[in-house]
Design a protein around this ligand. Structure first.
Ligand code: DGL
Length: 262
């Protein structure tokens, strides 16, 4: 089991920010990444639809004998958070709990903001995850942010004006901590930090999830023992070329996607 890969998935390229963080913190682990680009983005879809896609991908990964599943998508995590852990015998990690825990721990004023896709924000998953913490949560969907990232646009007047509009409620609420509750948003950290100001701490679900993966593998003694360099697999349900191009930017090295049918 130790030498089995970790299964990780997202609606598209966004989850590669989580994959990259895992590769940086656990370079000996092997990944099978599934990007459901044929049906992504998930953010504008009804939560029940996202749920059925997520379960289908997780079944696929389990059939590929992975030792752990990482739901590297906030929208999918919001959709299956409640029951994914009971459905499978292997550990299932997601992005919402780690980021929420971290935000609650670092916030001093206990005024926290979260931004994400429409699916994530309307699901209320972050308010549920933070319900037991004594915090005031301000939530805002930022649907255009995913489009900017996928177009490679992180600077300029369009992204600046979208960020200024979306983040206005965060400024009014005087938050001291902002959860980047979408896997694409770490790529917009520059503009987001610029707009909210230096005093606001940004919490990236990608980094926090990778730390959870680390903790889980160590505590369950599931770390890979083989010393050969791991060969990762990047599977896509849609177009390979677009995924390879943006994926290279996020992972930092060329990737060769494999087309799969779920
Ligand atoms: N990966 C998704 C998330 O973190 C963003 C892209 C999408 O809408 O599918 O919510």
């Amino acid at each position: 089991m130790n030498n089995s890969p970790i299964g990780i998935f997202d609606s598209g390229v966004g989850g590669l920010t989580v994959a990259r963080a895992i590769m940086d913190q656990l370079p000996n682990e092997q990944l099978i990444y599934v990007a459901d680009t044929a049906r992504g983005p998930y953010g504008p879809r009804p939560i029940a639809e996202v749920r059925s896609y997520a379960l289908e991908i997780m079944d696929y990964l389990v059939a590929r004998n992975v030792k752990m599943i990482v739901i590297a998508c906030n929208s999918a995590s919001a959709a299956v958070l409640r029951d994914a852990r009971e459905r499978y015998e292997i550990p299932v990690l997601e992005v919402i709990q780690p980021a929420s825990r971290r935000a609650a721990a670092v916030s001093r004023s206990k005024k926290i903001g979260v931004i994400g896709t429409t699916a994530t924000i309307t699901s209320g998953a972050y308010s549920d995850a933070l319900a037991a913490a004594d915090v005031t949560l301000t939530s805002q969907a930022c649907p255009q942010f995913v489009e900017f990232v996928e177009a490679g646009v992180t600077t300029g007047s369009d992204v600046m004006s979208a960020a200024t509009n979306y983040l206005a409620p965060m400024k009014s609420a005087d938050i001291d901590t902002l959860i980047l509750g979408c896997t694409h948003y770490p790529l917009l950290a520059g503009v987001i930090q610029y707009v909210v100001g230096e005093d606001v701490q940004l919490v990236s679900s990608a980094d926090e999830t990778a730390k959870d993966v680390y903790r889980e593998l160590v505590s369950t003694e599931l770390l890979r023992t083989q010393t050969s360099l791991p060969v990762h697999e990047f599977c896509v349900t849609g177009d390979e070329a677009g995924f390879a191009q943006l994926g290279k930017r996020i992972i930092g090295q060329p990737i060769a996607p494999i087309k799969i049918k779920l």
